[in-house]
Design a protein around this ligand. Sequence first.
Ligand SMILES: [Fe+2]
Ligand SMILES: [Fe+2]
Length: 258
Amino acid sequence: MRIRVLAIGDVTGKSGVGVLAKHLKSMQADMNIDFTVVNGENADVIGARPQQIRQIFEAGADVVTLGNHTFRKADIIPMLDEEYRLLRPANYAPQAPGRGYGVYNLDGPTVLVVSLIGRVFMDVGPDNPFFEIDRILKRTGADIRLVDFHAEATSEKLAMANYLDGRVSALWGTHTHVQTSDECVLSGGTGYITDIGTTGPRNSVLGVDPAQSVSRFLGNPPEFYKSAEGPCKVEGAVFTVNTLTSLCESVERVRIDD
Ligand SMILES: [Fe+2]
Ligand SMILES: [Fe+2]
């Protein structure tokens, strides 16, 4: 039996949530998707609010992952404890609210989803993600094992993918919001792509209004970030996983222009 997993890159701002809601269900039908994981850490541009996370679930997500912006909007904190389909990075400090992984049932096979965050160029001081994923895999079995590795450095993402090759079904990168063209099945059978991209305005700097971002790099005082405007896209990747072996058979990049 084969399971098709769709991973969607960081949904950014109101227009990102809107374009996801407009396209996700038809994408799932057209691409025969069984399970969908959406990164929602930028649903409120910097962070996410409960209402936006609910909209992402209503759009068709089975699990929503977060990242370094998890705690930027404090009203999400109760939801982190209450909503088992919402994951913040597993390698946050042990006292952090919420959970970093979960096992979900798909009429038959079970699916483990893990949210992990990198440590290179990341300012939130997480624990070592390599040791954390070892602990999780040791105590949690599932037919399909998926990892969203929210990290900045390509080296850290590639190292993690090689560390987990053959032990997880798929690992994809999020956080940099720029889709990479290195999708592949590694030699041990793990599906991999360094970054699945972003869902939101096409003409933007990581979803933010380009003029604001340029201004920041010119050294002007920071402003409250606004979403960019204009046409949007949905980006992600599809992993086809064999449930007998738990390994990936193919990876396809996805980009839908609105
Ligand atoms: Fe991020
Ligand atoms: Fe992001």
